[in-house]
Design a binder for this molecule. Structure first.
Ligand SMILES: NC(=O)c1ccc[n+]([C@@H]2O[C@H](COP(=O)([O-])OP(=O)(O)OC[C@H]3O[C@@H](n4cnc5c(N)ncnc54)[C@H](OP(=O)(O)O)[C@@H]3O)[C@@H](O)[C@H]2O)c1
Length: 328
């Protein structure tokens, strides 16, 4: 697994988005095998949010996914090896419906609840989930700075932020701001300006729903045939090619920045690169395929923006059970 940087930390270039581990609830039985498979191939970055959880739990969906992530990492004995990113600012109502609360009181309560849910004294990356029209963005950033300065979050990220908001946040948060998580996939590319701004400001960009989201991910190759053409040529899935394309938008790990202060190392030895082949069809991506699920993109001509990737990245979809249980 390649690594990339978030702030001063080194994490796996591909992360595991935890949102779907328990939503819908039928997926719960796949949660541990999925987490094991991700760890097995070197994933050291997991993304969750206080508002993630199955709607069927109503208001109790708040914190459900964070608690699930914490219990899985505990059970697998890797809690101190995995960088956990969570988010605050969204709420769930009695029917599981989504709301927004970025008031200072709301965010303060949310971060305290996330610390409890995750069983942590400090959150690695605390992301503001989504702008709340009821609260000025600068005021929200002020609350996040307070949360950071109180030591409750080691680093701060934004999500669903536009370029103006990123600049406001950067001004207020300074070096505490390390990342932006926006939607980005072959079908949703309008975050390009934010991606480029992240490059300019030295922020990690974490694309959410990188395969187009749960309902669209399986049909990615059919909808975006360039990915299928390359995939057929290389004998891999279009989803892998998609991840390679995203990673190639920023070979950021090869750039010099502040040296990594902490490193979440892989729980497994690095797999060897098994094949490398230039693509011919679209002419803009060349990839080297690793033996694990990770897809390492070497370069996309003329394109060098920084990009960190997060997503649900199990390939093949049936996870392998390769991380032995530590506690029986
Ligand atoms: N910040 C935000 O506002 C926000 C919003 C949405 C999501 N997110 C984050 O982004 C993460 C990922 O988003 P997402 O789950 O919506 O979208 P996604 O990663 O684009 O798609 C996930 C789906 O991809 C399928 N998949 C994975 N690997 C595959 C492969 N090799 N071949 C075919 N299908 C494959 C899986 O389907 P099956 O399970 O059916 O196999 C999975 O349901 C979330 O978990 C969350 O952390 C953030």
């Amino acid at each position: 697994m390649q690594t990339r940087r978030i702030g001063s930390d080194t994490v796996s270039a591909i992360g595991l988005g935890a949102m779907q581990l328990d939503d819908p609830p039928e997926r719960l039985e796949r949660a541990e095998p999925t987490m094991r498979a991700a760890l097995d191939v070197g994933v050291t970055l997991v993304d969750t949010a206080i508002a993630y959880g199955p709607a069927s739990l109503g208001a109790d969906s708040m914190g459900a996914n964070e608690r699930l992530v914490a219990s899985l990492l505990d059970r697998l004995g890797v809690k101190d090896k995995v960088f956990v990113a969570t988010k605050g600012g969204h709420t769930r109502d009695a029917h599981g419906g989504w709301g927004l609360d970025s008031s200072a009181a709301g965010l303060r309560a949310a971060v305290d609840a996330s610390l409890t849910n995750l069983g942590l004294e400090q959150i690695d990356l605390y992301q503001h989930h989504r702008p709340d029209p009821k609260v000025a963005y600068a005021d929200v950033m002020g609350t996040l700075k307070e949360i950071h300065d109180a030591g409750k979050a080691r680093m701060i990220g934004l999500s669903n932020a536009d370029s103006d908001q990123i600049r406001v946040a950067h001004e207020i948060l300074g070096d505490a701001l390390v990342s932006v998580q926006n939607e980005f996939s072959p079908r949703f590319r309008s975050s390009e300006p934010e991606l480029r701004l992240c490059d300019e400001l030295g922020l990690a960009f974490l694309p959410w729903s990188p395969l187009g989201g749960a309902r669209q991910a399986h049909g990615l190759g059919g909808r975006h045939t360039a990915f299928e053409d390359v995939a057929d040529e290389l004998g891999v899935s279009p989803q892998r090619v998609c991840l390679a394309w995203m990673l190639a938008k920023s070979p950021w790990s090869s750039r010099s920045r502040a040296p990594a202060a902490r490193s979440r190392s892989s729980t497994r030895p690095q797999p060897p690169t098994s094949s490398s082949a230039p693509s011919s069809s679209p002419g803009w991506v060349s990839v080297s395929i690793q033996t694990d699920l990770g897809v390492a993109a070497e370069q996309v001509a003329g394109d060098d923006q920084p990009l960190h990737l997060i997503g649900t990245v199990i390939d093949p979809p049936q996870p392998r059970l390769a991380v032995p249980p530590l506690d029986g």
